[in-house]
Every structure is written in structure tokens, then in C-alpha cells.
Design a protein around this ligand. Structure first.
Ligand SMILES: Cc1cc2nc3c(=O)[nH]c(=O)nc-3n(C[C@H](O)[C@H](O)[C@H](O)COP(=O)(O)OP(=O)(O)OC[C@H]3O[C@@H](n4cnc5c(N)ncnc54)[C@H](O)[C@@H]3O)c2cc1C
Length: 316
């Protein structure tokens, strides 16, 4: 067995970075692994509800946290964790590139990702016409024709308003019906700028270097639509397949945690959008990252005698 880290943080979004910062301040030997730096926040042009910073780019918050982390000698690996195994009291972390790492504790902060349509061309044209975030990418489609596929997301109307303001034509497949649509969008419907496609599915996304058209099935008939972009906002999912054989997950696959971000397995903690806590917000992910890190310190202190500085102002 090679080097054994005290804690392995999986995921480098705001939850994972905050957990790493708290661990490094406690002089814990941390290994952080993530598919990319920053997670969802990197894709959000205007983040609200993060106290103390006003309305800023999500990446501004991430860059500030990174600046603090580097002062503590933060090291991370860009890779995807495909499996965590328990070998007696040690956790073996296996990555997509085939590497194996060992750690005394694990903090899972792998967030959530958009649900796909799972149609031909969707992956091929990602970033070349296919997008999962209207507020992030609408500006790239100024004056263009787009298809918008929506689910039950609370932001549907906001996204649709954004597309109607930006694009010249919007085809809309509302997978979940929204009330009073005809009244609200009457002007756009009458002018033909907005066209609602009921009883419709996307079969294929097609193009050359970028999206040029989509094949749809509408009322049972196949038909091509010429479009420059396809926006898909049909919800988010967590992917906990790398650890769900070890810890308890709920019906959505979220890792079940208690108020100290402990999971059903000693030594494994979780924080942020990947957990069973329902409020998916940046400040909550960061707060949970801090809690998970302190809980991991407590665990390492009790089990392995790690010396920690108490960070607790609770009434004794
Ligand atoms: C469009 C949009 C707008 C939003 N607006 C706001 C807002 O205004 N205010 C607000 O407070 N919140 C907002 N949020 C929510 C906020 O972005 C999230 O709650 C927060 O970013 C979650 O952080 P996280 O670290 O838990 O997860 P994430 O940011 O999802 O980070 C998880 C990271 O883990 C990586 N990962 C996943 N699986 C693995 C694996 N197996 N191995 C390695 N790495 C892995 C992912 O690639 C990702 O980088 C918004 C979200 C979206 C999508």
C-alpha cells in the first residue's frame, strides 16, 4: 500500500474546496480529487444569495477560495473517482485513469449534474450548440433559432424569458405543462417568435461542426427543425455510483447525512448538493463542506490521535 492520506476530498466544487480549506488549516494531510475545478459555480454568470459578496460571477467566489487554499499549499488531482472501497479501516479510492489512492477518511462532495435527453448527437454537440444552462449560454445565441426543452424546474419561465429576449425564434418542448402559458406569452405566440411543440420528443441532434438541426417526433410523425442551438433543462441528478455500495443513499441517490455531515459509514462524510439536505445553494454547500471537514478531524483525532485545534464556540 502506498502513501496513506488522512482525508481524501472527492469533488472540487465549493463544498470540496471549503472542506479542503478547513482541513488544511487543521494541518490534515489532504488529497483532493475532482473532474474539474469549481463545479457548478464556474458556469453561473450571476450568483445571488451568497452573503457578503453581492451579485458576482460564481467563478469569482471560486477564485477567491483557491487563493486562500494555495496559501496553505493546496494540492489537487484532476481525475474522476470511479470507486471507493473499504479495506479494513482504510479507504481505497480508484480513479478513471486507473490510479489508486489510500485514505483514512473520505469526504464526498460530488454535487449534481444535468439530466440528459440521451439522444443521438447530444454528447457530440455539447458546447457546440447543446447547452444545459440557459442563463449561462443564451448570449451565445443572440439572433439565432433555438430549441428549448424544459422540465419541472422552477426557473423555466426565467429561462424562456431570457431566450425570447435574446434569440430570434424559440421552439419550446415543455415536458411538464405550465399554467397560463397562452396568456403570458400571447404576444410571442402570435408573432411566431415562440412555437410550443406539444406531444413532441427529440430523436436526434444533427449538424457538422455545430448544431444545424434536430429530428423531432411530433404527434407520431418524424420531422426536421433547423436550429442553431438546443437548450436542455429537464432537471439534475446526483451520481453516487462510486460509493453507493458503501453508504446509505436515498431514493434520489443522494448520500444520507446527519447534521454533522456523517454518513452511515464511520470515516465517510459528505457535503453539498450530493447530500440528502434539500436546499441546494452555494452557501449551504460551503457550510456543509466546513462541517464535514471538522467532523472528519474529530474522527481522525479520536481514531488516530490526530492533533486538532478545536474550532467550536458552543456552550460547554
Ligand atoms: C444554473 C444554476 C444557477 C444557480 N444559482 C445559484 C445562486 O444564485 N445562488 C446559490 O446559492 N446557488 C446557486 N446554484 C446552486 C449552486 O451552484 C450549488 O448549490 C453549488 O455550486 C453546489 O456545490 P457543490 O460543491 O456541492 O457541487 P458542484 O458544484 O456540483 O461540484 C461538484 C464537483 O464534483 C465533480 N464530480 C462529480 N462526480 C465526481 C467523481 N466521481 N469524481 C471526481 N469529481 C466528481 C463535478 O464534476 C463537480 O466539479 C445554482 C445552480 C445552477 C445549476
Amino acid at each position: 500500500m502506498s502513501q496513506i492520506y488522512d482525508t481524501c476530498v472527492i469533488g472540487l466544487g465549493i463544498a470540496g474546496l471549503t472542506a479542503s480549506l478547513y482541513l488544511l488549516r487543521q494541518k490534515v494531510n489532504v488529497l483532493a480529487i475532482g473532474r474539474e475545478i469549481g463545479g457548478q459555480l464556474m458556469k453561473i454568470p450571476h450568483i445571488e444569495n451568497y452573503p457578503g459578496v453581492g451579485v458576482v460571477k460564481g467563478s469569482d467566489i471560486i477564485n477567491k477560495i483557491l487563493g486562500e487554499l494555495y496559501k496553505y499549499g493546496f494540492k489537487f488531482i484532476i481525475d474522476e473517482v470511479v470507486k471507493v472501497e473499504k479495506v479494513e479501516d482504510i479507504f481505497k479510492i480508484i480513479t478513471r485513469s486507473g490510479r489508486e489512492y489510500y485514505s483514512r477518511s473520505v469526504i464526498c462532495t460530488t454535487g449534481k449534474s444535468p439530466i440528459k435527453l440521451n439522444v443521438d448527437g447530444e454528447d457530440r454537440f455539447l458546447g457546440r450548440g447543446v447547452s444545459y444552462c440557459v442563463i449561462c449560454d443564451a448570449a451565445l445565441f443572440k439572433g439565432k433559432t433555438v430549441l428549448y426543452v424544459s422540465g419541472s424546474d422552477p426557473h423555466v419561465e426565467f429561462s424562456l424569458d431570457t431566450l425570447l429576449k435574446t434569440c430570434s425564434k424559440v421552439y419550446w418542448i415543455p415536458r411538464v405543462k405550465i399554467r397560463d402559458v397562452e396568456d403570458r406569452y400571447r404576444e410571442y405566440l402570435e408573432s411566431g417568435k415562440l412555437q410550443i411543440l406539444d406531444n413532441c420528443n427529440v430523436v436526434k441532434i444533427d449538424g457538422d461542426v455545430k448544431v444545424r438541426r434536430v429530428l423531432i417526433k411530433i404527434n407520431g410523425e418524424l420531422k426536421y427543425l433547423d436550429v442553431d442551438g438546443v437548450f436542455i433543462e429537464i432537471g439534475y441528478r446526483v451520481d453516487t455510483g462510486y460509493i453507493s455500495h458503501l453508504v446509505k443513499v436515498n431514493e434520489k441517490g443522494e448520500i444520507v447525512v446527519d447534521e454533522l455531515c456523517r454518513t452511515s459509514v464511520d470515516g465517510i462524510f459528505a457535503a453539498g448538493d450530493v447530500t440528502s439536505i434539500p436546499y441546494k445553494q452555494a452557501i449551504i454547500a460551503a457550510g456543509q463542506g466546513a462541517i464535514a471537514a471538522l467532523s472528519a478531524c474529530e474522527y481522525l483525532s479520536k481514531k488516530y490521535g490526530l492533533k486538532i485545534r478545536k474550532v467550536d464556540w458552543s456552550i460547554k
